[in-house]
Write a protein that binds this ligand. Structure first.
Ligand code: EPU
Length: 431
């Protein structure tokens, strides 16, 4: 397995283009099943998770043509298989969207319980509760979930927790269900709105996405359409933090600045400058950054998928920072790696207290998961000395061409062959 080697201390300067949103693409791609026709999807990020999703779609019977690096034509007229092979489903959290999409079109689906980044328990009870309220029968045998129905109908669902996955999955199942479905206490992330927009372009009637209540009036038939995925909020946020942490000056292009507000606000609190333009943001920083307090929340709050990257930045900020994680039970595994770089961090339950030191020091570390890996890259870029990062396949599953993009900004980062770590490759699951 390859590693990244970073020589830290170089300011990032220049422009970077943000790719399509991973977590939107991972829902829109299975949603094409509902079209029963041809969809042309643009701005699909060129990442491992997307390739896996396309592989599953093709195995189910979809005909897929790559029109260019980021555009695919997906024809789901003939779907012949309704079971996602276990070994594929388990590798990716988002495979659970095949439950909603296949149930919505074919009334049956079988998917092994998804893997994904290890943040503690990751139940799917809210997905199941939603499917059952629409008239599906659900069975979970040996971690393989089977959902089946003789006909879905509208229903009212009040989610017990705000869940991105459950909101999107139940939307997928409901668009063709007979009658009105009302989803309350739903997630409001940008990718929820993106999925709703895509479903509506296919002929669905989904209203209220982006608010607490989504109303879906079932339609009999959907059709293919052309669609372009929104830019990736978290990829953009990661480059914003990298720019600030290296005291750089970077124009981050192809973004929706509104989606970045919670991230921009924290960077400004830390003393960075953030300028917003129509579809780009410029982040620059001079001098030592300041500490801040962060509490992760569902959108529009501060995203949990950005807290590891901020922890890397705050490790060398002046003063004492506190990060409270309120979405996942255990998302501080990466702290052990930052400690190897000299950080002073205490984790107490779901909070981390970071006492800023003047600068991190390069070390040999590993990516524990996708965003933890992004944090290691930021830590390495801002540290004094050389950092090597193992398990980079976990990073590359979610960040398109991270190496090329960082090098274009002046980072001293390269891929090196790991001759010893080949056997220690973590079983890769993401999302
Ligand atoms: N939850 C339940 N029951 C459910 C579903 C969720 O209790 O049925 C709980 C979870 O245990 C968690 C909370 O609800 O405590 C939120 O989970 P959510 O369902 O929103 O997360 P997810 O859909 O599994 C997606 C992203 C994650 C991101 C979270 C939160 C994808 C593929 N994954 O996961 O992204 O952290 O939303 O925003 O969309 C990443 O991109 O690095 C990543 C991990």
């Amino acid at each position: 397995m390859d590693k990244f080697q970073i020589v830290g201390g170089k300011r990032l300067v220049g422009e970077v283009n943000i790719s399509g949103a991973k977590n939107a693409a991972l829902a829109v791609l299975p949603a094409t099943i509902l079209a029963g026709g041809k969809c042309r999807i643009e701005n699909i990020p060129d990442i491992q998770d997307v390739h896996m999703m396309l592989e599953i779609l093709s195995l189910l019977g979809a005909k897929i043509r790559r029109l260019n690096k980021t555009t695919y034509e997906i024809d789901t007229t003939w779907i012949r298989q309704l079971e996602v092979p276990d070994e594929m489903a388990k590798k990716m959290r988002a495979s659970y969207y095949f439950l909603g999409a296949l149930l919505g079109r074919h009334g049956f689906a079988q998917v092994a319980l998804p893997g994904g980044c290890d943040f503690g328990l990751r139940p799917i009870d809210q997905h199941i509760k939603g499917f059952e309220a629409l008239g599906a029968e659900c069975e979970n045998k040996s971690a393989v979930v089977t959902v089946t129905t003789k006909g879905l109908h509208g229903g009212s669902i009040y989610f017990d927790v705000v869940s991105v996955g459950a909101t999107m999955n139940v939307m997928l199942a409901a668009v063709k269900a007979k009658g009105l479905t009302i989803l309350e206490n739903v997630a409001k992330e940008p990718h929820i709105v993106d999925l709703a927009n895509f479903l509506n372009l296919m002929g669905a009637d989904v209203r209220g996405a982006g608010t607490d209540v989504i109303k879906i009036r079932g339609v009999e038939k959907l059709h293919g359409c052309d669609y372009s995925i929104i830019p990736d909020q978290i990829e953009a946020g990661t480059y914003m933090v990298a720019a600030a942490a290296t005291h750089g000056d970077v124009l981050i292009r192809n973004v929706i600045p509104k989606h970045l507000e919670s991230i921009s606000a924290k960077l400004v609190e830390c003393g960075a400058t953030v300028e917003e333009f129509d579809d780009s943001v410029r982040v620059s920083a001079e001098g030592r950054l300041l500490c801040c307090k962060i509490k992760t929340m569902p959108h529009p709050g501060f995203p949990t998928d950005m807290q590891p990257q901020f922890a890397a930045l705050l490790s060398a900020a002046e003063g004492v920072s506190i990060i409270s994680e309120s979405i996942w039970d255990s998302r501080f595994r990466y702290v052990g790696q930052l400690l190897r770089m000299g950080a002073t961090i205490d984790v107490e339950g779901k909070s981390a207290v970071i006492v800023g030191i003047p600068h991190l020091v390069g070390a040999s570390v590993q990516a524990d998961d996708l965003r933890a890996g992004a944090a290691m890259v930021i830590a390495g870029l801002s540290a004094v000395g050389k950092t090597t990062i193992e398990n980079i396949h976990l990073i590359e599953r979610g960040y398109e061409d991270i190496l090329g993009k960082l090098r274009a900004l002046g980072a001293d980062i390269k891929r090196i062959e790991d001759t010893q770590g080949a056997e220690s490759k973590q079983q890769s699951t993401a999302g």
